[in-house]
Ligand binder design. Structure first.
Ligand code: GCU
Length: 425
């Protein structure tokens, strides 16, 4: 074993404790937040100011997108990778006590001896034509979101997890519905929405290993890891979401629908980046996405750039490490990520007990992105002060902070449905 591999292994085995130590030692005192100056969303790197949507779209938006690619999430190599096959592998019009259509789709990519299949599980209400569809990754396999025996059991990247019914990289029946608390499927359908979900590990296993995820399909001869400015796991997960969208846009039974992308935590970071890079997502929702997601990087509150790069270096491009304890030199901050989604509606949600994700920093990103929404005549989050807990704001941008912990709750979903109805129905 090479010394570098050994060091990586040691760091990985230490990382849970590094992570909890970082959580314990983080700053949670608003008075200790240092003063910071955010890069101006509407000033080009050459100093020129942007004053209209045309210049925003032609000049500043591409510039910001490229800075995020280069310095934060990493570029996706140019080579095109077409699916080897996209198949409906199971379908029923009698799902959920005859109230829903269920469709399971397998999108397979092949390269040399490598193969990856992205399994998509879709439920659609039977009585609604072209329902808007919530789309989001899950953490433990499609079968974990609902106790439905017809959902195909996932191959998992984690070895064993008795709690989630995963044994030797394979989910078993015990895992059905284990995360149903985060996915109120029946309520979502009853409100006239569809739901599509994908297991994030299908696209890139969540570990510091670049041999087994989708990145490896793009390597040049002899390459074993992405270059310093190339994609980490967040960009890989967002790539996967776009491939699912390719499928939907080509399947006649879906292509008139609207899509509401929702992600929690690390998958909220992926949702925001997918929403920024792919304008086919009509609404984008970040649930407790925190550092590297909605929260401003320059605020030293909760998780910081240095902390996230220490525990999860493989989520980002290597270049992002240049900004450990050096956020001032980052040419972007996360309000610019939110601005990339404009003028599409975007929703940022926080939880009161999730201080690690810096709820105020999550709110402020939305607030400072509002200037781009204003160019389009849209209303963001005009108040510089976040609303009180459980007092949602639903403008063209939405925000709430609810009581409770880092999680996805029915309260969160209720807000997302009200907000989505307002904008799409
Ligand atoms: C860790 C990490 C967060 C991330 C979270 C999650 O706590 O530090 O950045 O959002 O995991 O994905 O659950």
């Amino acid at each position: 074993m090479k010394t570098t591999q050994l060091i990586i292994l040691i760091i990985m085995s230490l990382s849970p404790s590094i992570h909890s130590l970082a959580q314990k030692n983080a700053n949670y005192d608003e008075n200790k937040v240092r003063e910071y100056q955010l890069p101006d969303v509407l000033t080009l790197q050459n100093g020129n100011k942007i004053t209209n949507t045309r210049d925003w779209e032609k000049k500043r938006r591409p510039e910001i997108l490229s800075l995020f690619e280069q310095e934060v999430y990493g570029r996706i190599p140019n080579a095109k990778l077409q699916p080897f096959s996209s198949k409906v592998i199971e379908e029923s019009d009698e799902a959920l006590n005859n109230t829903a259509l269920r469709k399971q789709i397998a999108i397979t990519f092949k390269k040399d001896d490598k193969e990856i299949t992205i399994n998509v599980l879709v439920y659609l209400p039977k009585n609604v034509e072209n329902p808007p569809i919530f789309i989001g990754y899950n953490f433990y396999g499609n079968q974990s979101i609902i106790a439905d025996e017809n959902v195909i059991l996932t191959r998992a990247w984690i070895d064993n997890n008795a709690e989630f019914g995963i044994d030797n990289h394979q989910a078993n029946d015990a895992s059905r519905g284990k995360r149903a608390n985060r996915w109120p499927v029946e309520k979502i359908l009853a409100q006239g929405f569809g739901l599509a979900t994908i297991y994030y590990g299908d696209v890139d296993p969540d570990k510091n290993d670049f041999s087994d995820g989708i990145q490896s399909f793009f390597y040049k001869k002899g390459q074993t890891a992405p270059a310093d400015n190339e994609w980490g796991a967040i960009a890989a997960w967002s790539w996967g979401l776009s491939r699912v969208m390719d499928y939907f846009k080509n399947d006649q039974s879906f292509n008139d629908s609207k899509y509401i992308l929702m992600g929690h935590s690390r998958l909220g970071k992926a949702a925001l980046w997918a929403g920024a890079t792919d304008e086919r997502f009509d609404i984008v929702i970040s649930n407790d996405s925190g550092c590297g997601g909605a929260a401003l990087s320059r605020r030293n509150y909760g998780e910081t750039v240095a902390a996230i790069n220490q525990s999860f270096p493989y989520w980002f491009a290597n270049n992002f490490e240049k900004y450990n304890l050096n956020e001032t030199n980052l040419p972007v901050d996360q309000h610019m990520l939110i601005a990339l989604i404009a003028p599409r509606p975007v929703y940022i949600a926080s939880a009161e007990s999730d201080q690690w994700a810096d709820p105020k920093g999550e709110y402020l990103s939305g607030h400072y992105a509002g200037i781009v929404y204003s160019l389009y005549g849209k209303t963001g989050l005009p108040s510089p002060t976040p609303p009180s807990v459980n007092q949602p704001v639903h403008n063209d941008m939405g925000y709430h902070i609810r009581t409770g912990i880092h999680d996805v709750t029915d309260y969160d979903w209720e807000q997302y449905m009200v907000f989505s109805k307002k904008h799409l129905m």
